[in-house]
Design a protein around this ligand. Structure first.
Ligand SMILES: [Zn+2]
Length: 511
């Protein structure tokens, strides 16, 4: 193997990392872009020139970071998804089915290219003989680091506002990858060592419903990636809610603000007393509280039961779910074949097997990408709906809207099952979805309003209205108010007849 000059390999890598910042660089004026690009190349080169002294470690680590950065750059450039510790958590908890659906040809190509280039980088670094002299890299860093510090210190200054997204180490490859992995590691340790949430049964409360002639059935449906403004009953121009539009006992609250833009963060908060002001999950889901007052409880999930399920953010707050039914318990359909409607007979079975007051949580698949695999032929209303990339926006939205129609059908099927009973069905989505706004797709970015604008729909049976008119009136009173996921826990327990005492939660029915 002929030795190569380290300057060439390291320079190539420095330039490659700088090129990965194409998106923020392209937003700058030519003069700023030139400055930022030069800054990135010189900064990267200086760091690599110093680090190469630990050649054995660098020859492994740098190609690994290079590979991760390339994949991250693909996500950033084409899908506007930024590398973060949250994204790493998401990848860790993504099921193989979800991963298969995210693997578009472009994404697969980016991974293969990233691997090939990383191997080339590894060979290149191994061939480096004598490291570059220390003097220049150190002088350069002494000049460059203060610029970065100044930009973060005066982050509100117009120049900093422009340059920071391109050159701040927090955002620029490869440092954003290192930063994300470091934060992820810290949070992972915290996550693994966190105390178990306490039982919601310990909350001060009182059961206030009189013994009713008909036991209460309360069904809480967790939606997925559904945005409120794509529901016709919320004013959307397309007929995406043909069934709900015909239901007389449906109350829709338009768009309410989701707790977060990610399932793993939002779902636990939806079912527990965590709020946007007190976001830590300290208490488990409302199921424990209902069990305390004699309700039977069940949890039905479109997700498969996994060996470490008690450790997932959602399942660790399940609490006292007396029946837990996961996808692989009732169907052999794999991820891409699964439709929410397959849970209708499961809900039916749970209803048939329980008596007395009961609460059922149903965690759906809703409108999770890839949208066109989330509905069966009967809900395929808007066509064409088969897309391979996100460039054909109309097709993507057709598929997304069809998935909302499937949700409409699922909700209506559940209503039909309990129509003659004393029953309530509460539905809200965990987060929304970007559908091409500013070139952004999918979810995971808390700052995007369309990813935080979720439907909240309550349906009640005639019997429930007859037995609890003040509760239905209280529900109607809240229409038009600015609401958020914060209300889901207190309202659900209220509507089930439980009054919380000494609470700061936004209750529906006060003590
Ligand atoms: Zn989700």
């Amino acid at each position: 193997m002929a030795p190569s000059r380290p300057n060439i390999t390291l320079s190539l890598l420095a330039v490659a990392f700088a090129c990965m910042m194409y998106v923020p660089l392209s937003r700058l004026t030519p003069a700023y872009a030139f400055f930022a690009f030069s800054y990135l190349v010189l900064f990267n080169y200086s760091i690599f020139s110093i680090a190469i002294r630990l050649k054995k470690i660098v020859s492994i680590l740098l190609p690994v970071i290079f590979c991760m950065s390339l994949v991250g750059a693909y996500l950033y450039t084409f899908l506007n998804i930024k590398i973060s510790d949250n994204l790493l958590f998401l990848l860790l908890e993504t099921t193989t089915g979800e991963a298969n659906e995210a693997l578009t040809p472009g994404f697969i190509l980016s991974i293969v290219t990233a691997l090939a280039l990383s191997i080339a980088a590894h060979i290149g670094i191994k061939k480096c003989e004598t490291p570059p002299k220390l003097k220049w890299p150190i002088i350069l860093l002494l000049l460059l680091i203060p610029i970065n510090i100044a930009l973060s210190k005066f982050s509100k200054h117009p120049i900093a506002k422009q340059l920071r997204p391109a050159i701040a180490t927090k955002y620029a490859f490869p440092f954003c990858v290192i930063d994300s992995v470091a934060n992820f590691s810290i949070r992972w340790v915290q996550y693994k060592t966190r105390p178990k949430p306490q039982s919601s049964a310990l909350l001060e409360s009182e059961y206030v419903f009189q013994k009713q002639s008909d036991p209460l059935t309360l069904i809480f449906i967790i939606g997925e990636s559904a945005r409120a403004d794509h529901f016709q009953i919320n004013g959307y121009g397309r007929n995406t809610t043909p069934r709900l539009s015909k239901e007389k006992n449906v109350i829709t609250y338009g768009g309410i603000k989701s707790f977060a833009a990610m399932t793993r963060v939002s779902v636990p908060a939806m079912l527990t007393p965590a709020t946007s002001k007190k976001p830590n999950i300290k208490t488990n889901s409302f199921l424990d509280l209902f069990v305390k007052y004699g309700f039977s409880t069940a949890w039905i999930s479109a997700n498969s039961r996994v060996a470490y399920s008690s450790d997932m953010p959602t399942t660790r707050i399940m609490g006292n779910a007396q029946q837990t039914i996961f996808r692989n318990d009732f169907t052999t359909a794999d991820y891409s074949e699964f439709r929410d409607e397959m849970m209708v007979p499961v809900v039916q079975k749970v209803l048939a097997s329980t008596q007395g007051n009961r609460v059922i949580v149903v965690h759906t698949r809703g409108s999770h990408f890839n949208y066109s695999t989330k509905y069966s032929a009967k809900y395929r209303t808007f066509t064409p709906d088969k897309y391979k990339s996100y460039s054909n926006l109309g097709t993507v939205i057709n598929a997304y809207d069809n998935s909302i129609i499937a949700t409409d059908g699922f909700l209506a099927n559940v209503y039909d099952m309990v129509k003659e009973q004393n029953a309530l069905v509460i539905y809200s989505s965990d987060h929304g979805e970007s559908l091409g706004e500013d070139g952004i797709f999918m979810h995971g970015n808390d700052k995007r309003p369309e990813q935080r604008n979720v439907p909240f729909i309550v349906w009640y049976s005639d019997k429930y209205a007859e037995l609890n008119p003040t509760y239905v009136a209280a529900l109607k009173d809240q229409v038009g108010k600015r609401l958020s996921h914060d209300v889901l826990f207190p309202w659900t327990v209220n509507l089930g007849g439980i009054t919380l005492k000494n609470t700061s939660l936004p209750v529906l029915i006060a003590n």
